[in-house]
Ligand binder design. Structure first.
Ligand code: SF4
Ligand code: SF4
Length: 444
């Protein structure tokens, strides 16, 4: 792609880097074929190639985005399906990520939009606060969902179940000989609305001989604020997490890995070094931790921990692949389906699994129309499989698909824990012991 930056502009390393990325694009348009938003609208400005042109113009002319440009850029999910597809290895992520902050300034003109972004950034990232608010608002949920725009969507998605308190920090000892010591990133909103995911993770890991540390002072990974363009906030969260990991190692000893059981958080934490690339002193510390950050399924796979199946459960499981695993963590993506198979489940994959379900962090709240259309597409693909349960590896996908199917949605780790001696996932207990949706589950 042709660019016309001045010498003065190129003296700025951020522009120089953007220039290199822009120039690597040969505008072939292959990426449009796998871009969820382009597939929905067919508008070039809703595809990666069009967005790259928009970004080039904004940077080159050194200005804010027009409302039309902001509209099309903000519709990008940051799913990075385009990055997986691009034959020229165009690093689109490093173009759109810095743009988010600039977009926030464009949205600054809308008071309602600003209040909403501030609300979700400040509340969803704090489990105690979000839990308290959910508790207070649950009784008036049906009234609140009538609120206009994103507020209505936010309240519509209020969980019906009682919120949980954050997981207790500390050491969870391995059963038997300790093979590894890991830190578990306990997350933010996941702790409040789906505490069973962390519980199953700890239950499974400790049974397999892994000592788990939940660090005191661990906070949100920063991805929600990162997506909202609130860079300073996301850097602050990242710094707090790194400090908490250092303190945990000082207390409990060196760790082998940092486990993430939400692939959206994992992709953010694995990229922490990008946030601190201008902070030389902190950078090497962050790089060490980022390298050790690994998705739970990939850790189980790589550590070659033997899953001793207690109950062979003849369940048909659809694996819903999160973009943050497939496009964000590459080789790690196949570990989940493989482990489920090893644990005795029959695994099915929906068509178009590379296309995002429309969750994408705060996207489902901010881009309701697009998000709903993608959700519908994903639900239809999953329904075709006629399975007993849908499993995924990211709280965002699970929340997005929840209630849209006649079968429950659970985290992969809940099924693995169950099959190897843990408790039945709570989403499945409603129809137990007769089985999911009246089907009998057979013990082999
Ligand atoms: S596939 Fe890659 S090179 Fe082709 S238009 Fe898209 S970003 Fe550019
Ligand atoms: S990140 Fe996803 S939504 Fe955004 S341009 Fe790429 S493929 Fe399209």
């Amino acid at each position: 792609m042709d660019t016309q930056f001045t010498e003065a502009q190129l003296a700025d390393p951020r522009i120089s880097r953007a220039n290199d990325i822009l120039r690597s694009c040969v505008h072939c348009g292959f990426c449009n074929a796998t871009c969820p938003t382009y597939l929905l609208t067919g508008d070039e400005r809703d595809g990666p190639r069009g967005r790259i042109y928009i970004i080039r113009d904004i940077l080159q002319e050194d200005r804010e985005a027009t409302s039309s440009e902001a509209h099309h850029l903000d519709r990008c999910l940051s799913c990075f399906s385009c990055v997986s597809t691009c034959p020229a290895s165009v690093d689109y992520r490093r173009l759109i990520d810095p743009m988010r902050e600039r977009l926030l300034r464009s949205f600054g003109q809308s008071l309602g939009g600003n209040i909403f972004r501030c609300l979700i950034g400040n509340v969803l990232t704090r489990p105690r606060l979000s839990g308290l608010l959910i508790l207070i608002l649950q009784p008036i949920r049906s009234f609140l969902r009538l609120a206009p725009g994103p507020f209505g969507r936010l309240f519509e998605n209020l969980p019906a179940t009682r919120p949980s308190m954050p997981m207790a920090a500390g050491l969870y000892k391995a059963k038997g000989d300790r093979k590894f010591r890991v830190i578990l990133n306990s997350g933010c909103i996941q702790q409040t609305v789906a505490p069973q995911i962390n519980k199953s993770t700890i239950s499974l890991l400790t049974r397999l001989g892994v000592e788990v540390v939940v660090p005191a002072g661990g906070v949100c990974c920063g991805s929600l604020d990162h997506h909202l363009g609130r860079s300073a906030k996301s850097i602050n969260f990242a710094r707090k997490n790194v400090r908490a990991w250092q303190a945990a190692e000082a207390t409990y000893g060196p760790i082998d890995a940092i486990i993430s059981n939400a692939s959206g958080c994992g992709v953010m934490m694995r990229d922490y070094a990008e946030l601190f690339k201008e902070d030389e002193n902190f950078l090497s510390v962050v790089e060490g931790y980022a390298e050790k950050t690994i998705d739970i399924s990939f850790f189980l796979h790589e550590a070659d921990l033997k899953l001793e199946v207690k109950e062979k459960l003849s369940f048909k499981v659809a694996f819903q692949m999160p973009c943050s695993l497939l496009h964000g963590q590459g080789v790690a993506a196949e570990a989940g389906p493989e482990l489920l198979r090893r644990a005795g489940f029959e695994v099915f994959r929906p068509k178009e699994e590379h296309i995002c379900c429309g969750s994408a962090g705060t996207y489902s709240m901010l881009q309701g129309v697009m998000s709903e259309a993608l959700k519908k597409r994903k639900l239809e693909a999953l329904k075709e499989l006629e399975v007993d349960v849908v499993a995924s590896a990211n709280i965002g996908c699970l929340t997005q698909l929840d209630g849209g199917l006649e079968v429950p949605t659970v985290h992969v780790v809940e099924l693995l824990d169950w099959a190897t001696g843990g408790t039945v996932p709570n989403r499945l207990t409603g129809s137990m012991p007769g089985g999911v949706n009246g089907k009998t589950h057979h013990l082999a």
